[in-house]
Design a protein around this ligand. Structure first.
Ligand code: ATP
Ligand code: MG
Length: 293
């Protein structure tokens, strides 16, 4: 994080603590602010970034998620695979507050109860989500898209017309390099290839420095070369961020997991198997419901 962001964050926290102290004296309001204070400070000391237990989501009696358990470590890159309708996107909807489960618990770090937060609060505390379809501002340049993403971060508290500081310009430069779009910085986003738009959207998420990134079918529609570059990008993010990547492209999953990382297979709303890609590919149940078809 840049010094500017840290300073803005420190100021926001100080304002916040003042609010909590003020509210603490007045019963119910204090409890409400207390909840928000917890929301502002995920605790990753135990090494767990995301923890889901017994998550069940029903749509008209049909269980899209059925007592789902999942634990993702800080800095881990976890791939999730599974047949259409397994509940992968619904799981992301639960983590980001878009869908409320009927049952279960979901926490971020060891202390944040995600099920008590609104979607906007969840984004704010450091969970970024990439949907399948790229959503960038087509009329604006690549640079302007990243600038907007930076200014949308409430921790920065700069108006849209506020000039960028040197540190913010550096941060945009860093992200442009990371997402391979530095030569296209002034290009109108609408003119980028599908893959480049996907990278731009990932760059926009990264501007907010999320602790956990959820990526739903990020390489769908990409060329082979774009897919390979995306794998390199995700591998470079691993460690600094936790990543949950949902994909059907097994070659891509193989590149990300490098033979040793854990893959989770979802089926009918629950975990069917977990292990290395080779292990789950050799699992008879997995072959039957997914890979063998
Ligand atoms: N809002 C909804 N209302 C009713 N049913 C839903 C809703 N959202 C999802 N479902 C159903 O829940 C199940 C899980 O869907 P989900 O989109 O999570 O699957 P998925 O694993 O992401 O599949 P895919 O690989 O096709 O993206 C599906 O049967 C789907 O039809
Ligand atoms: Mg899906």
């Amino acid at each position: 994080m840049t010094p500017d962001l840290m300073e803005a964050g420190a100021k926001a926290l100080a304002d916040y603590r003042a609010k909590v102290a003020e509210a603490g004296a007045s019963g119910d309001r204090g409890a409400a602010y207390g909840r928000l204070l917890t929301a502002g400070q995920p605790d990753f000391a135990h090494g767990v970034a995301l923890y889901l237990e017994g998550i069940t989501v029903s749509f008209d009696g049909f269980k899209a998620l059925n007592s789902l358990n999942l634990s993702v470590n800080v800095g881990e890159l976890r791939c999730i695979i599974g047949p259409n309708g397994a509940g992968k996107t619904t799981m992301m909807d639960v983590i980001t507050g878009k869908t409320r489960p009927d049952l279960g618990t979901a926490s971020f770090g060891s202390n944040i109860d995600l099920l008590r937060l609104r979607e906007s609060e969840i984004a704010q505390i450091g969970i970024g989500r990439k949907f399948q379809k790229p959503t960038v501002y087509e009329q604006l340049s690549v640079f302007e898209n990243l600038e907007l993403a930076l200014k949308a971060d409430r921790r920065v508290r700069a108006g849209l017309l506020h000039r960028l500081t040197g540190a913010q310009l550096d941060r945009i430069g860093e992200i442009l390099t990371l997402i391979h779009l530095l030569p296209q910085a002034q290009r109108t986003a609408g003119l980028l290839s599908h893959g480049q738009k996907q990278w731009l959207e990932i760059g926009m998420l990264l501007m907010q420095d999320p602790k956990l990134l959820l990526l739903d079918e990020p390489v769908a529609g990409m060329t082979d070369e774009e897919t390979e570059r995306t794998a390199e990008l995700f591998l470079s993010l691993e460690g600094r961020h936790s990543l949950v990547v949902v994909e059907h492209d097994m070659k891509f999953v193989g590149e990300l997991t490098q033979g040793w990382k854990k893959v989770t297979v979802l089926h009918e709303g629950s975990v069917l198997a977990e292990g290395t890609l080779a292990e789950v590919q050799a699992n008879e149940k997995v072959v039957e419901v997914y890979l063998g078809r």
